[in-house]
Design a protein around this ligand. Sequence first.
Ligand code: PNW
Length: 504
Amino acid sequence: PAYLQEVADAKLLDDFLWGVASAAFQVEGAVDAEGKGPSVWDLLPHRWANSIADNTTGDITANNYYLYKQDNARLKALGIQSYSFSIGWARIFPFGRGPVNAQGVTHYDDLFANLMDNDIKAVVTLFHWDTPLALFNSYGAWTSEDIVEDYFNYAKYVITRYDKYVTAWYTFNEPQYCNWRFSTYPYGTILPDYNGIGVGGGLRARFLCGHYTLLAHATVYKWYKEVFGGTKPMTHKTSANYILPNSSSAADAEAVTRQYDFDIGWFGGMWTNGDYPASLKSTLGDLLPTLTADQMALIKGSGDFYALDGYTANYAAAPPNGIAACAANRSDPNFPECSITSPLQPDGFPEGPNADAGASWLWSTPQAIRPFLSFITKDYFPTVPSIVVSEFGFADPCEASFNSPSQILWDLRRADYIQSYLDNILAARVLDGVNVTGAFAWAIYDNYEWNSGLGTRFGLQYNNMTSQERYPKASMFQFLNWFQTHGTLGSGAANITAPVGKVK
Ligand code: PNW
């Protein structure tokens, strides 16, 4: 296509932030080591049969808690500039609040020091879904106002100790999944009915938990900038996908707008007057907590850049009974979005062969990132100053059934996806004038993919979960080759000078 010619010789900004990403629970393992407290994600696979597709646990996964030195040395040798990872709240505060666990702190002290020794920039998420279990047992975690103060105390501790090492901060990973990924409500009765939400959670829990998550984010942001005097950019990460209408009807166009309001608008008050979108307020009524004028003022402006976890693209259609009837009926199966999404298959983006992925929600439509970056920064939130793709990636469907590295290493579908995705980021920047300032591939290596367990592989490096040997896949070489061409590789590329130890 023409845009590829036009960006063939283009370069990214010199300070474009790029690298690979992970999250504590998905890669660390060592779930009961050195004083760590349990999180909801330790409970779930052990206590709720079949909640994880392959019935695996995160007990060991990629064992990064012990192997971080060799992992960092490998990132350096590959020439990766930055590493985006999260801190485990229950390693630092085993009970979520109260006493600090010195061994957990020492671990992260060592991890940061080692990243700095390897000249790898640290991009840090304070919370990536691993809620300390004790906070459920005390007060129901995210459905209680008490979580705001406990998260604030945790965040202050981590920021105060590690800010000097950190290039950019994310307060939360994908807050819109708070009632699903931050908690175990969707899985039934493991935990009792807290705060009047009803066993199993539901809509009341979803919007309460969103409310306290948003307030926790904004509270930390304000403290960081005004009290601590922090200068690093801070925001939260939003999961969202590009959406096209299913037809040219006005109803389907409205379905698209409503879907964006839920996906992007719900936690986007930092880019507006701080309030929830009008469509959420009118549809949800008393299911959506009200923001006071003070809270709106706190939320407004509480982000320095937009962080987008954008993997794929969807169509949206109005429900058969119409949007108005759906929005007026809380028991309508499509309430409250009142839009029906389906994967945008590659028809709209004819370059994408082999589009089907090893995850039901994911299709290879990397070309969608170019219009999506423009849509977010120019149409939906024109106040956004810059945007970073904080996660993009692909689960190759072939890899689940392969069992030897020599097969998995040829992840050509992922390699295509990575190449096209990056070309489209560059086109958005060079041809469309979008201020896109960073991109992070998910994931550093194969890891624990939440309810999909260990069988769904997103890694740019293969990981053998038994031997813990890692190997770069074809997609990793494609990724590095792209940055060598259009950007700058990290300073340590292919420059290992000391033997790499296996344990810490
Ligand atoms: C991200 N979607 O979640 C998470 O931040 C990671 O922890 C996870 O491993 C990764 O994606 C791959 O799944 C998402 O439906 C969940 O579009 C859902 C969507 C996107 C990202």
